[in-house]
Structures are given as C-alpha cells and as structure tokens.
Write a protein that binds this ligand. Structure first.
Ligand code: SF4
Ligand code: SF4
Length: 443
C-alpha cells in the first residue's frame, strides 16, 4: 500500500493513547435534550413543533430553510418543554427545541429503510441524505447534499473519505472505522452513486494500522475503491492536503475541492449516510471522544444529539483536578467552551478537558525571524507577515497576502518558538475581510 502526504505540516503529540483502544459505548439515555436548530453551516432551521407536543425518535422537529440547510430530528421520544434560544458550542445562543425524554425510545413511523442501494437513483440518494439532516461530521458541518450538487461546469470524478483523524486526542473516527468498517465503505459507495463517479479513496493515517486493515478488508474486491495510508502529519485531514495526498491535484487559491474534480467527506458522514439508507434513521447521534487530563475516565461514547456536555462528562467519572480549558473538538481546531451546559451537536467529534497546566499559554515574545511558520504552513502562506498586518490593523494588506486561504490549522502557532498569536490574529483579519466584502456587496 502506498503512503501518501503533502508539503509542510507539523507533528504535534498524538495524545490518543487514553481512548484509542476503548470500544464505543452507548451513552446513558439523557433525561432532557436541547436540540439546536443551527447545527450546520447555512440557514438555521425553523422549529416545526411547539411546547406540549409529543415527539418520537427520528421525527423531524426543524425544517430546513433554503438549499444550504438541513432538517433537524428528535433524538429521543418525549414531550417538547421549550422552544427558545439556548447557548451552543458555536459560542452564541441559537433557537433550540428542548425535549423531556419519556425514556421509552419510541421510534417515529417516518423512520423506514430506504431499500437496496443498487435500485436507488442518484437523486434518491441525494434526497435521503438531505432529509436525514446529514452534515460534515469532522466538525465542519457543511450540508452533505450541497457537496453532492457541484455546479455543472465542475467535473467531479472522485470522492475521498477522510479517515485521517489528524487532530490530537480524538479517536472517534478511529473507533468508527474499526467497529463499523462496512458502514464506512457502504456510505462511500452511496456518495459515489449520488455523484455518478467511479473512483473513491479512503485515506487513513499510518498511526491507525488496525483501522487501515479493517477498512481495507471491508473494501476488498469493490471496484473503484482504494484504501490509502497517509503519513501521520498534521493537518493531513484538511481538504486540500488530503486531495493532494490522494490525487496529486491542487485546489486553486480561493477555490473548492470541486475545482480539482473532488468531493471530500468524513468517514463519520459516510457511516451516517449508510444508516440513513439501511435503517432510515436520520442523524440523531454520533460518536464523541471525551478525553484529556481533566476527565477521570476518558471514553468514546455514542451520544444522542442534544445531550449536555455536563451529562456526558459525568458518565466519564466527572472532572478531575484543576480544569484549565474545555474544548469542543480537538486542541488544534476545536472551540473553547465557557460552560458545560451546552448540547452535543452533529459536529461534536470530541470533548477535550485540559488541566490548568496543559492549558497554560506561554507569554509571546518578539519574532526572531526563524521562518519556521512559513516552512510549516501547508498552504504556502507567510503567517508571520499576515499576522503582522493583522496586528497593525492593515487587513487589506493581509488580504493581498492571501489571508483568506488560511485554513486555520494552527500549525504556524504550534511551531513558533516565540509563541506569537499567529492563527488568532490571522482569524481576526479573515473576519474583517469577510465583513468588508459583505458590506461592499450590500451597497
Ligand atoms: S497560516 Fe493558516 S494555514 Fe498556514 S499554518 Fe497558519 S493556520 Fe495553518
Ligand atoms: S515561527 Fe514565530 S518566531 Fe519564527 S518567523 Fe514565524 S512568527 Fe517569527
């Protein structure tokens, strides 16, 4: 098997030992779920239930608004007790449906198997994926059906499944590939059918040899599907880096994977597609890695969407010692949380609890012009220069240095010996540039 990679990148400690060998366990049934109507990139859903309504597992409770949006479903059976804004892991309050579970898990009559994949048309598959509320489960939460409808001038011929899981600490994709390899492969076949393409790759980092073996066995003999070993390097799972590693094609600056003829999905997304076709169950639960020095018993749990971080951490023996930081996702690209009373959503791949010592940030010092950030940037940017423009409020100059191409992987900050706030400052410039573009468009 070939081992593939990309230029640049870095090698943060894997920190996966605590959970990589732990089988997925089903989390306890939550007594209450808080289900956000905004769990995806795009327009939020409109709630279609009211206080007092009885709902069942898999029942649609939020209707998608517009093309770049997906419906939201109930993860429990029970009674709606509130429809109101609540805080979610994106850092703001969004409309949520709050449901008290009756602990019966009664499944909605809407949930029925969708039949044999070979008899479904490409349109059927796209509709099943859309109606099941499936989004990118690696954390990006982009609606999957939108990726399956590239503009007619983009000739897509390849689907890549991302099984790199290059973020330190996280092992949810690793366990998924070990325990449900057939679903991963079935999901890839469905995605290939939806796009009408004949070539599919499943890319897995070499630090997961057992997953490579399992998925390889599951895909053996299936025409057009190739399992490839990827060098263990961060950010191997970023779209552009994955596309280059598998196909040697480059996505142009400002372009999309479809510009290189490729659609990329996470292995978790493929497994969700498989479930939506095989059982008809929409996306109502996901595997979450709960880990870090601040958790007593780290685990990989299958968690119902809407379960609070607090409840999930309690099932892992609760918090341990002095807590420095709680992150939704991994340490490189995750989002810091200021409360445990927020719900797990479709994009929650991990809950990472760092101790005070792990989370302590060294004071930044002056740049020593070592060039390590430039050498490491997988996009070939000049992080030191973009950051300097951002800190001087010169966002137009940051734009000219292609700040918008930054994928916010954090590699530059990680390697910087002076601990300069590189990715944070570049993020500020990106936000400013976007705001200016939006303002210019509205004139
Ligand atoms: S500039 Fe952006 S893309 Fe480049 S290393 Fe830094 S965070 Fe990653
Ligand atoms: S890595 Fe840090 S110290 Fe080195 S050039 Fe970049 S910003 Fe300066």
């Amino acid at each position: 098997m070939r081992t593939l990679t990309f230029k640049g990148g870095t090698h943060p400690p894997h920190s996966k030992k605590a959970t990589e060998n732990l089988a997925i366990e089903r989390a306890n049934e939550p007594k209450v779920v808080v289900i956000p109507m905004q769990q995806h990139i795009g327009a939020p859903c409109d709630p279609i239930v009211q206080i007092g309504d009885e709902v069942k597992v898999g029942q649609k409770i939020g209707e998608a608004k517009g093309f770049v949006s997906v419906p939201v479903h109930s993860s429990v059976s029970g009674k709606v007790v509130a429809v109101e804004p609540r805080l979610y892991s994106g850092g703001m309050a969004v409309p949520c449906v709050v449901i008290e579970s009756d602990m019966q898990n009664t499944v909605s009559a809407e949930v029925t198997p969708k039949g044999d994949l070979s008899k479904l048309s490409a349109e059927d598959v796209k509709n099943i994926i859309k109606e099941a509320g499936i989004v990118g489960m690696g954390g990006a939460t982009f609606p999957t059906h939108v990726k399956l409808a590239p503009p007619p001038d983009k000739k897509v011929d390849t689907v890549i499944l991302n099984g790199a899981e290059c973020e330190p600490y996280l092992t949810s994709d690793h366990r998924l590939m070990l325990e449900y390899p057939d679903d991963v492969v079935f999901g890839l076949q469905a995605l290939m059918k939806a796009l009408g393409v004949k070539k599919g790759y499943i890319g897995i980092e070499t630090n997961k040899p057992d997953a490579i073996e399992k998925v390889y066995e599951a895909a053996k003999g299936i025409e057009g599907i190739e399992v490839v070993a990827l060098k263990t390097k961060y950010p191997q799972g970023a779209e552009k880096q994955l596309i280059f590693a598998c196909t040697k094609r480059e996505v142009p600056s400002g372009g999309l994977p479809a510009d290189a003829g490729v659609v990329v999905n996470n292995v978790g997304t493929a497994a969700a597609v498989a479930q939506a076709i095989k059982t008809g169950m929409p996306l109502i639960e996901r595997i979450v890695t709960i880990t870090g020095a601040g958790v007593n018993n780290p685990k990989n749990l299958l968690v119902k969407i809407g379960t609070s971080f607090r409840e999930v951490i309690d099932q892992c023996g609760g918090l341990k010692g002095n807590i420095g930081k709680i992150i939704a996702g991994g340490p490189m690209m995750g989002i810091t949380q200021f409360s445990l009373d927020i719900p797990a959503i479709k994009g929650t791949s991990g809950i990472l609890v760092l101790s005070e010592e792990e989370a302590r940030l060294p004071e930044p010092s002056n740049c020593i012009r070592c060039g390590k950030c430039v050498e490491t940037c997988p996009i070939n940017l000049m992080p030191v220069n973009i950051s300097a423009c951002s800190l001087a409020n010169k966002h137009e100059q940051a734009e000219a240095l292609n700040a918008m191409d930054c994928i916010e992987c954090g590699s530059c900050s990680f390697v910087c010996p002076a601990k300069r706030p590189l990715v944070d400052s570049i993020r500020v410039s990106k936000r400013e540039i976007l705001a200016r573009r939006k303002k210019a468009q509205s004139k």
